[in-house]
Design a protein around this ligand. Structure first.
Ligand SMILES: [Zn+2]
Length: 320
């Protein structure tokens, strides 16, 4: 309404989205002097003409949301040069936004296909039959992604979580409630216990830790030699120190608590004061990617081993 009142000063709309429509409106108003624009209170049950017309307009607008309303663009009122894309029609917003939007759409499409493919086809379905042998060795990435999704949504079926759930179930007798303890030791089996603390997986952790150390040194070496990045001694040391704590609690983490099992990596912001160097940015990215991937893969491996142990135990107990 305010915009229509100001119809005379049309320069204001030159940068607005949908300006061709506004120009059409203004033109109609200016040409046909008998058009009066009036504000009408909406959503009343009044039976006067204005209210009824307003309700009708509402209905059409609602219908257009559901079934789509095809309207020809008022092309006469477009800017002199207007971008056009077969997919998006006439583009009145900035070309940068169009490019960003197109990239986003493309990424969403490729990702949705990739994820669906991973979840539906590459992971064999499991039920009460024996888990497939070492699932994660032939579909490591997909399995790790699945485990991460469960961890992040607090649905990984650890014994602790199962115990919590069954304790709340009124139909369960006390003796029917599953133990919350670890499959391998007597501690309570939480995610943190399995992935950070359980002694049974100490050797798995130390193996992955070695891998992390190696990939860190390699990445630094590559940056220094191939990309001529000059790291100060303390930066070199701090990076290696951070790498040693990826899988354990320590000062590299906020509150000293390891979170790599959830896919996080500790911050390296304090190591680099300036962030204007491409070689440095590449190194940081390479390190965080490497740390993340190594930790997430290890978590997938541990969960896979735990699943097998769980199945063996329940089979032996006649539960399956
Ligand atoms: Zn344990």
């Amino acid at each position: 309404m305010r915009l229509l009142d100001e119809a005379a000063s049309t320069t204001r709309i030159d940068k607005m989205h949908g300006r061709s429509w506004y120009r059409l409106l203004f033109d109609l108003i200016n040409k046909k002097r008998h058009i009066v624009v009036e504000w009408v209170r909406a959503h009343t049950d009044d039976t006067n003409l204005e209210s009824i017309m307003n309700d009708e307009a509402d209905k059409i607008a609602k219908k257009a949301h559901i079934s789509g309303l095809e309207l020809d663009w008022p092309t006469m009122y477009l800017d002199k040069y207007t971008l056009y894309s077969a997919e998006h029609g006439y583009v009145e917003y900035s070309p940068a936004t169009l490019i960003e939007r197109s990239f986003n759409e493309h990424a969403v499409q490729s990702l949705s296909f990739g994820t669906r493919e991973m979840v539906d086809h590459r992971i064999p379905k499991t039920s009460n039959i024996a888990p497939p042998k070492w699932l994660y060795t032939y579909s490591t990435k997909a399995y790790s992604v699945q485990v991460q999704a469960c961890i992040r949504s607090h649905t990984l079926n650890t014994n602790w979580r199962r115990h919590q759930r069954e304790s709340k179930d009124k139909r369960k007798e006390p003796h029917e409630i599953a133990s919350p303890n670890c499959e391998f030791c007597d501690e309570v089996e939480t995610e943190r216990h399995l992935f950070v603390d359980c002694k049974h997986f100490a050797s798995t952790r130390s193996k992955t830790s070695k891998e992390i150390k190696q990939l860190t040194q390699k990445a630094i070496q590559k940056a220094e030699e191939d990309e001529e990045l000059a790291l100060a001694d303390n930066q070199h040391e701090l990076l290696c120190y951070t790498a040693t704590q990826i899988l354990t609690d320590g000062s590299s983490w906020n509150d000293d608590e390891c979170r790599s099992w959830m896919g996080f990596t500790p911050s390296t912001d304090h190591i680099f004061e300036h962030r204007d160097n491409i070689a440095q940015a590449k190194l940081i990215k390479r390190l965080h990617d490497g740390w993340h991937y190594a930790a997430v893969r290890m978590v997938g491996y541990i969960w896979g081993a735990r699943q097998q142990q769980n199945w063996r135990r329940r089979k032996a107990a006649g539960e399956i």
